[in-house]
Design a protein around this ligand. Structure first.
Ligand SMILES: Nc1nc2c(ncn2[C@@H]2O[C@H](COP(=O)(O)OP(=O)(O)OP(=O)(O)O)[C@@H](O)[C@H]2O)c(=O)[nH]1
Ligand SMILES: [Mg+2]
Length: 353
């Protein structure tokens, strides 16, 4: 008997995966804000911060102020260990927020206090609740100083341990793509990049495509605690090789492609997209990667990409050149603040637009 798709769906209760995008700290909140404004119907956006003033300017489905007793809503002032306490204190509320997700994206700028301290806790909770956790973390510009960069590396190690896949984007790499840009504008380019990647992955697995990527594909590629980075290229549809070359010449992290163990490639083009072009794109990646690499791709057409070809690939399993820094220890809280003295105060406010 041939089932029609509706009764099939009802019978087997096929539903779209539940996707959360959680921004931790100032930078993480900013990319969630951007995503929320772009509009991502398929995902719920959550902004978590210790800084009330920053949070109030953010657009998200839910905004959560953590550690109010500890930071008085004024941020963690560059202390990840304080922010980690705030997140631990809010564990139960965070569990309620994160429960039921199939995929949790975490966006964070490493190097400050709140994002660096809370993102690993959020990742840990999401993973314990059974979600696939894809973290997207930026590492600071070198000019931001050694202390920030050290904090970032330590936080990144913790985040990697708790995530299925950690996509690392080096702010300094932006300078080779968009040189001579003031730092605040450079940040917004990075925010744009992060939100586009989240949007791409979400749409790739939730919207009907020419060649579908699905949740199982994502899971098979984004697992095993790997470090990943993104390459992204866009050009005329006539020259797929050039688009891939452009993408590969602009990685947002210095990595050794030959060592990448898997890649998730998403191809977007106009309705004229054919199998030949798709194959050419995939072949270009196959040639530079290990013969044993697991390459999964999807292709989507959209009238707005008429004549254009966009390639985004997440390359996984690349080794990041990090110093072997010891994990930081939870330090004492500032004097006068006792842990769990009173239940933390948090609020989750649906945004009125
Ligand atoms: N992409 C992006 N990165 C940013 C932005 N602002 C800062 N960063 C980067 O993210 C790092 C962390 O900064 P924040 O996110 O502001 O810090 P925080 O997590 O809120 O930490 P505290 O304010 O110390 O509690 C910085 O060192 C920068 O490298 C932003 O608007 N966008
Ligand atoms: Mg902050």
């Amino acid at each position: 008997m041939v089932e029609n798709s509706n009764s099939f769906e009802t019978e087997y209760l096929i539903s779209d995966p539940k996707i959360l995008v959680v921004g931790c700290g100032g930078a993480g909140n900013n990319s969630v804000d951007r995503l929320h404004r772009i509009g991502l119907m398929e995902a719920e956006t959550i902004a978590i911060n210790t800084d009330r003033a920053h949070l109030e300017g953010i657009h998200a489905d839910k905004r959560v102020l953590i550690g109010k007793r500890i930071t008085k809503g004024r941020g963690a002032g560059g202390h990840p260990e304080i922010a980690e306490h705030c997140a631990e204190e809010a564990r139960e509320e965070l569990e309620d927020l994160l429960r039921g997700a199939d995929i949790t994206f975490i966006t964070v700028g490493m190097g400050g206090g709140t994002g660096t301290g809370t993102a690993p806790v959020v990742a840990e909770i999401a993973k314990e609740l059974g979600s696939v956790v894809v973290s997207m973390a930026t590492i600071p510009f070198a000019v931001e100083g050694r202390a920030r960069n050290q904090r970032a590396e330590i936080g990144l190690e913790k985040l990697k341990r708790n995530s299925d896949s950690t996509i690392v984007l080096a702010n300094d790499k932006l300078l080779s793509i968009v040189p001579k840009m003031p730092i605040d504008q450079a940040f917004s380019v990075m925010d744009q990049m992060i939100s586009e990647v989240v949007k791409e992955i979400t749409e790739a697995i939730t919207q009907p495509s020419l060649i579908n990527l699905d949740f199982a594909d994502l899971k098979s590629v984004m697992s095993g605690g790997s470090t990943s980075t993104i390459v992204y290229g866009e050009n005329s549809a006539n020259d797929p090789q050039r688009v891939v070359a452009e993408a590969l010449s602009n990685p947002l992290l210095d990595i050794d492609y030959a060592g990448a163990t898997s890649a998730l490639i998403q191809i977007t083009s106009g309705p004229e997209l054919d199998i030949r072009t798709t194959t050419e794109v995939v072949n270009e990646f196959t040639q530079i990667m290990d013969p044993g690499a697991n390459i999964i791709f999807g292709a989507r057409t959209s009238p707005e990409y008429q004549g254009q070809l966009k390639v985004m690939a997440i390359m996984n399993g690349c080794d990041l050149q990090c110093n072997n820094l010891p994990g930081y220890q939870m330090e004492a809280l500032p004097s006068g603040v006792k842990q769990r003295e009173v239940p933390m105060t948090s609020y989750a406010v649906p945004i009125v637009t």
